[in-house]
Design a protein around this ligand. Structure first.
Ligand SMILES: Cc1cc2nc3c(=O)[nH]c(=O)nc-3n(C[C@H](O)[C@H](O)[C@H](O)COP(=O)(O)OP(=O)(O)OC[C@H]3O[C@@H](n4cnc5c(N)ncnc54)[C@H](O)[C@@H]3O)c2cc1C
Length: 461
């Protein structure tokens, strides 16, 4: 194959935005994608929306979301653990992204509601992430991109901070592929259980991975072995509570459980361990994966009664149901006495209030440890329900350190001449901890577009 100006590793949102951006600058582009054509675009396939700043309501967004509000949200969810300069420039660039991505063929629709209430801040892809990807692939191919599926980059040859070539395994043979510049857009290492085990210990054996099995961090590791600088902590990640019956990989959005705020959550000993009503669910859903990861055997159970069964979007799997608390406990393998004791103590601590799922209401417990700050109602109206949950890892935050041009930093802090990174592989520059729904796609789109553009300029200089 002829040498290309830009080699892009990974054909998800970040890789495609990079490809289109480079192609529009006249560069030749090769995308090497590990998945087959149906599964192309790893985690992007599962997405539904993207968070972008905008000054006014649009056809699909219910109101403005200013740069400043976006920044405040990001600062809050990360606890300040973000690169402010990069984050602010990403937020500013996100404004153009709504138009830019639409110009590449992606269509939006209004939010259909749902548990995270994102109709003002997040733009929803018409047809979801897969339709979004299809549009991006179509545009990239029309612009002349070469795409190779079922091809895995195994290693990189980097000399004196310069990318030279990649070793690509395709149809059982290894090829050396040269290109003038490299954009690494190959996701995090969330599907590499051994790497997760290095940070989490044996607990990682009980983690479920919400997305593609392909994001094993091979390229992140190659870059690290070649002395690039990293940012972030290997234990930090986006992790939510998902149905414990979900498959090991690729269960996607329909296995997420959003009913924590309406009930109590107990561990395998039938004990509560955290305030289920601490804040609105969109601000708290991403802490529950980590909380469950810290429980014995990494399993927990959301328990609620008949009053709450219709208040949330159900998951793919039906809830366990029984007429009594004790019968429910037996069905899910908990001690009936322990669950009864926990629910009795909880019910006794619930103070009268006016339940309102749309506000931080005054339904709370008193004198209970841990307490429940909002939406606390007695659990006493059968039938009773339970969902088993495990940590569902979405993506990891240990990342290549990049500058505002999406160039990775080599050892000694020098920005690389021709190596760029975009998407999950560099998300940790923005997300040191925490998460705001829809920001994964913002990071991939904004930095993908920048990386592709700069890579093209570099290659054609
Ligand atoms: C269930 C789920 C729902 C989500 N919903 C949302 C949402 O609504 N909004 C949002 O903002 N974020 C969401 N996210 C997060 C979002 O998916 C990611 O942040 C985003 O898609 C990352 O894009 P990316 O291009 O970096 O990675 P990916 O889309 O995962 O693409 C990486 C690609 O690299 C390929 N690859 C990996 N290693 C190699 C290799 N060595 N050689 C060749 N190819 C390789 C993979 O096959 C993959 O196609 C969700 C994630 C999941 C799992």
């Amino acid at each position: 194959m002829r040498p290309h100006d830009v080699l892009i590793i990974g054909g998800g949102n970040a890789g495609l935005c990079a490809a289109i951006s480079a192609l529009r600058k006249g560069a030749s582009v090769l995308i090497v994608e590990k998945g087959d054509k149906f599964n192309r675009g790893g985690n992007t396939r599962h997405t539904r929306n993207m968070r972008c700043a905008h000054d006014t309501a649009t056809e699909t967004l219910s109101g403005p979301y200013t740069d400043d509000e976006f920044w405040q949200d990001l600062r809050t969810v990360t606890g300040g653990n973000t690169n402010e300069q990069l984050a602010r420039s990403m937020i500013t660039a996100s404004k153009e992204m709504l138009t830019w991505i639409a110009e590449q063929g992606v269509r939006f629709q209004p939010s259909l509601g749902g548990t995270l209430s994102l109709g003002r801040t997040n733009s929803f892809f018409l047809g979801g992430g897969r339709a979004m990807l299809n549009a991006l692939y179509k545009t990239a191919e029309q612009l002349g991109a070469d795409v190779v599926y079922e091809a895995e980059v195994l290693d990189l040859r980097i000399e004196a901070g310069q990318f030279r070539s990649a070793i690509v395994r395709y149809a059982g043979r290894d090829y050396s592929v040269n290109a003038k510049t490299l954009v690494a857009a190959s996701g995090g290492f969330e599907s590499n259980i051994d790497w997760l085990t290095d940070s989490w210990g044996p607990a990682a054996a009980n983690f479920l991975i919400r997305g593609t099995p392909n994001n094993t961090g091979t390229i992140l590791r190659c870059l690290m072995n070649n002395g690039i600088q990293t940012v972030g902590d290997a234990k930090q990640c986006h992790a939510v509570a998902i149905d414990a019956r979900a498959p090991r990989f690729d269960g996607g959005i329909i296995t997420r459980l959003d009913c924590v705020v309406f009930g109590i959550v107990v561990n395998k000993h039938g004990r509560r361990f955290y305030d289920e009503g601490e804040d609105f669910w969109p601000k708290r859903y991403a802490i529950w994966g980590r909380l469950v990861a810290e429980q014995p055997d990494q399993i927990a159970y959301i328990v609620f009664d008949s009053r709450s069964i219709n208040l949330f979007m159900p998951s793919l799997y039906p809830a366990y149901q029984a007429d009594t608390v004790e019968a429910l406990a037996e069905k899910i393998g908990l001690s009936p006495d322990a669950l009864r004791h926990t629910i009795d103590a909880f019910n006794a601590a619930v103070r009268p209030g006016r339940f309102d799922a749309t506000q931080l209401d005054d339904c709370r417990t008193e004198g209970l440890e841990p307490g429940k700050s909002h939406w606390a109602r007695r659990i006493d109206q059968g039938p009773y329900y339970a969902y088993p949950v495990r940590p569902g890892i979405t993506f990891t935050y240990l990342a290549t350190r990049v500058n505002a041009e999406s160039r990775v930093f080599m050892a000694g802090g020098v920005p690389s001449q021709n190596i760029f990174a975009a998407g999950e592989i560099m998300a940790g520059n923005i997300l040191g901890a925490g998460y705001a729904a829809g920001i994964g796609m913002t990071i991939g789109s904004v930095f993908g577009r920048i990386a592709g553009g700069r890579a093209a300029e570099n290659a054609r200089a």
